[in-house]
Design a protein around this ligand. Structure first.
Ligand code: FAD
Ligand code: SF4
Length: 477
């Protein structure tokens, strides 16, 4: 082909086909279609197979990126997915939601030409190819028995990416993990936070089903700290405990009127829509009352997800983002911000809410804001927003969604004697093992770091699985 005569370094990225904005705002389906075989091979052929592949160092779990891309280029798709799975057990998830532009792709040498290899889409391709072409083999794993002749059980609190990764690794080593999940569904933020149009739920469910097939037990609707304490779990015979309960307590604006009807935390809003299918009310039980105009306060991934979901809900005419800094400081992934713009989300930048306004029945009718300007950088390194005196104005609204970040939920942590916490209320751990201040109790993911990334939570789960295996070997020897 003519295209192949162009030197690799000069070939442009193979574009990812996606749903057109005017079509996708009317459905809930995934936005990008992903590469087909020809596109994936063409993109993989652009990789120059560096002697020192810096991309691998940029990946938090050090996937052998160079090798899996080489396999795709020679059409060995099975070899590609096997290579990825040596280091990452959820590639279909990570290929879709990892911030590759800040990780592997930011260290790819091709960035010099402004055309880094599209590593995320290649990872997604390999995972989707496997799902479409290979039967999921559920090998029977011989269970280890303890000195008492019983299964060696490990309690895992939370079925998010940290807990799922840990449980998968431990079951493959012959241990018997039992995952206790507070919700009626496993997957954590992957199912109740990240929207269907970014990460289809069926992909997460497939991974959960696989874990079940290979011997991970799930107990749903069980809240550790309330249904059972950590002590109860030990008394029930669990030899070790892993806490992967995430950081699910929302932060609020702290302004007058925030308790009016029509203000939802982003957590509640996304959970009602994603996990309880609120967008299909009354077919499903959970209503989400949004009205015609919605505003999301904040500009991270959670804010973009909430604003883009709002655009898709029946009856919504305007979906706003309100953010006190400028577009340069928005923390969300660039591609999600671009998609929000394409879908018609209205960005009110350098704008800060000062009061939520209500009607005589206690429902939200608007938000009073003040314009901001940027001053010197603050402790976060970003320029500090300063109010412009006398610039207050009102945006008329039906619904307001603060998406300002989350912190640790105290339900479990406040009732475990001897469990050391950081000053932010996260569990203090050895970063190499996840060991807490209590022997046999480990923790990882957002509950130890605060809200971070899927891959970081998975990496923590993997480290703790190794450490727990070592601990149990010593305990049972
Ligand atoms: P979680 O995923 O929060 O899972 C914790 C689980 O524990 C939950 O299922 C919860 O119900 C359960 N639980 C809580 N308390 C208890 C208890 N007491 N007993 C039993 N179970 C309990 N990261 C990215 O990398 N890319 C993205 O694009 C991205 N987008 C995001 C969008 C949204 C809307 C949100 C909210 C987060 C996003 N993140 C993203 C962050 C990422 O999802 C999290 O960092 C990651 O899920 C943390 O994993 P975890 O396993 O620590 O916790
Ligand atoms: Fe390929 Fe970029 Fe990695 Fe080099 S750094 S091996 S070009 S993906």
């Amino acid at each position: 082909m003519e295209e192949n005569k162009i030197p690799k370094a000069k070939r442009p990225r193979v574009a990812v086909r996606q749903q057109e904005p005017q079509i996708r705002v009317n459905n809930f389906n995934e936005v990008p279609f992903g590469y087909n075989e020809e596109e994936a091979v063409a993109e993989a052929e652009r990789c120059i197979q560096c002697k020192n592949p810096t991309c691998i160092l940029g990946c938090p779990v050090n996937i052998n990126i160079k090798e899996f891309i080489r396999r795709i280029a020679v059409r060995d798709f099975k070899g590609a997915i096997d290579t990825i799975k040596n280091d990452n057990s959820l590639p279909a998830v990570c290929g879709r939601v990892c911030p590759q532009e800040e990780q592997c792709e930011s260290t790819c040498v091709m960035l010099k030409t402004k055309n880094p290899i599209n590593i995320g889409s290649l990872e997604r391709f390999a995972a989707d190819w496997e799902a479409a072409n290979l039967k999921q083999e559920a090998t029977v794993i011989t269970k280890r028995l303890g000195r008492d002749g019983k299964l060696i059980k490990i309690a895992v609190a939370g079925a998010g990416p940290a807990g799922l990764t840990l449980a998968g690794d431990l079951v493959k080593m012959g241990y018997s993990p039992v995952v206790f999940e507070a919700m009626h569904i496993a997957g954590g933020v992957l199912v109740y936070g990240i929207p269907e149009f970014r990460l289809p739920k069926a992909i997460v469910q497939r991974e959960v089903d696989y874990l079940q097939k290979i011997g991970v037990e799930f107990q749903l609707n069980v809240v550790i700290g309330k249904s059972y304490t950590i002590d109860d779990l030990k008394k029930q015979g669990f030899k070790a405990v892993f806490i992967g309960v995430g950081a699910g307590t929302p932060m609020f604006l702290g302004i007058p009127g925030e308790n009016l009807k029509g203000v939802y935390s982003a957590n509640e809003y996304l959970t009602r829509i994603n996990a309880m299918k609120g967008y299909l009310f009354p077919e499903y039980d959970t209503p989400v009352r949004v009205g015609k105009k919605v505003a999301v306060v904040g500009a991270g991934n959670v804010a973009m997800d909430s604003a883009r979901w709002s655009k898709r809900l029946p009856g919504v005419e305007e979906s706003h983002i309100i953010y006190r800094r400028s577009d340069a400081e928005m923390p969300a992934r660039k591609e999600e911000i671009e998609r929000a713009h394409e879908e018609g989300v209205i960005f009110n930048l350098l704008t800060n809410p000062v009061e939520v306004l209500g009607d005589e029945n206690g429902w939200v009718k608007g938000i009073k804001c003040i314009k901001m300007e940027l001053g010197e950088p603050d402790s976060s390194g970003r320029r500090k927003p300063i109010p412009v005196p006398g610039s207050e104005f009102v945006i008329e609204l039906d619904t307001i969604i603060p998406a300002l970040g989350t912190k640790a939920n105290k339900l479990l942590t406040s009732d475990v004697p001897g469990l050391k916490l950081t000053k932010w209320g996260n569990i203090e751990v050895d970063p190499e093992t996840g060991a807490t201040s209590i022997p046999g109790v480990y923790a990882g993911g957002d509950i130890t770091t605060g809200s971070a990334t899927v891959i970081a939570a998975m990496g923590a789960g993997r480290k703790s699985a190794k450490a727990i295996a070592k601990y149990l070997e010593e305990l049972e020897s």
